[in-house]
Design a protein around this ligand. Structure first.
Ligand SMILES: *Cc1c(COP(=O)(O)O)cnc(C)c1O
Length: 362
């Protein structure tokens, strides 16, 4: 691959588009004739204002969001959102529904419990080690929200369609599949995503939130833990992670202008996932760990006939410039994270390697 770069299948922080990295490199010493880098300019300068405004506007355009929705940048990653959601959106006497589809959902539920906020786990796939997305879920009629994890980065499952909640707004952790496909956004009261899988550097979380959710927020929250602070100050109440927002803006521009929007991004992602799943399903050497109807287009999890072969596979792949194929430490096996920025050539190289490895080891 160009520039001595590897094909990076890491789950996060993860691959970014080469075009974006080159743009960052080019801009670094002198951003738009300012004589300063992007990390040295004021977050209150017109130059940065253009960046954050463009990031917000592109997000709204890509998802077709109307004026009821606000796009916020909050520090603390997706993990802080697990705590901010019950803190902000569960006022006295109200309860939230949660669907448990793996590690990240479990952490979200834990934060509601820690704060003693009423909540109900309405479905879970824990009985089969989170290998599937639950179906035909009964959501509570008076729940404030229905929390789901749209893509389960560790277990390799993804909601292909979003559930019928009977009108309860969905709140979704989309950390590992944001901007990977078009959405019927009307169903969502809030979408949030840590940036380091599909958008940019770690440490920042994009929060898309609708007015009716903001109306639920109780008085008296600490300013930096209150979504209304971020909404009122356009994410500039304090100094935001400017470099991260700048990178996200460039990635959104890449999706919009180079790829051609979310429908084109989705087609590309489906093609990429298909060649890898086809390779896994071609014989019985490789075995996918998620149920077929719940498979993720972003994180492809699979096993080999033995743990020894898995170790050898991961090592030999790394030697050939295919990095980050080790499964999460809690589950083992192999995982290829093939986010938006992973090019088709990366999938072709991986599948070629898988076929050669199988031949040599079976
Ligand atoms: C990575 C990830 C998180 C955690 O994100 P942080 O930014 O590290 O807090 C949460 N949810 C999902 C689905 C993830 O993939």
């Amino acid at each position: 691959m160009a520039e001595n770069r590897i094909y990076n299948f890491n789950p996060g922080p993860a691959v970014l588009p080469l075009k974006v990295l080159k743009e960052i490199q080019k801009d670094l010493l002198n951003y738009k004739g300012s004589g300063m880098s992007i990390v040295e300019i004021s977050h209150r300068s017109p130059l940065f204002d253009d960046i954050i405004t463009d990031a917000v506007e592109r997000t709204k355009r890509l998802y077709g969001l109307d004026d009821r929705y606000h796009v916020l940048f909050v520090q603390g990653g997706a993990s802080l959102q697990f705590a901010m959601i019950p803190m902000n959106l569960l006022p006295e006497g109200r309860s939230g529904d949660y669907v448990n589809t793996g590690t990240w959902s479990t952490k979200a539920i834990t934060e509601a419990r820690i704060q003693n906020k009423p909540h109900k786990v309405v479905a879970s796939s824990e009985d089969r080690d989170f290998a599937y997305i639950p179906k035909n879920i009964q959501f509570s009629k008076n729940a404030v929200f229905a929390h789901i994890t749209s893509n389960n980065t560790i277990k390799g499952t993804q909601w292909a369609d979003f559930p019928d909640t009977g009108g309860v707004p969905i709140v979704s952790d989309m950390s590992s599949d944001i901007f990977s496909r078009p959405l019927d956004t009307e169903k969502f009261g809030m979408i949030y995503a840590g940036a380091q899988k599909n958008m940019g550097p770690s440490g920042i979380c994009m929060v898309i939130i609708r007015n009716d959710m903001l109306d639920l927020i109780p008085e008296g929250l600490p300013s930096m833990l209150d979504y209304n602070t971020f909404m009122k100050k356009n994410s500039l109440y304090n100094t935001p992670p400017t470099f991260a927002i700048y990178t996200i803006q460039l990635v959104l521009k890449w999706i919009d202008e180079t790829i051609g929007g979310l429908a084109a991004m989705d087609r590309h992602n489906r093609k990429k996932a298909k060649i890898l799943y086809d390779a896994i399903d071609a014989g019985d050497f490789y075995r996918g760990t998620a149920d077929k109807d719940s498979r993720s287009l972003m994180n492809v999890t699979f096993r080999l006939p033995s743990e020894e072969l898995e170790t050898k596979f991961i090592e030999e792949a790394a030697g050939k410039g295919l990095g980050g194929l080790k499964g999460h430490r809690s589950v083992g096996g192999c995982r290829a994270s093939i986010y938006n920025a992973m090019p088709m050539e990366g999938l072709e190289a991986l599948v070629d390697f898988m076929q050669a490895f199988e031949k040599a080891n079976s």
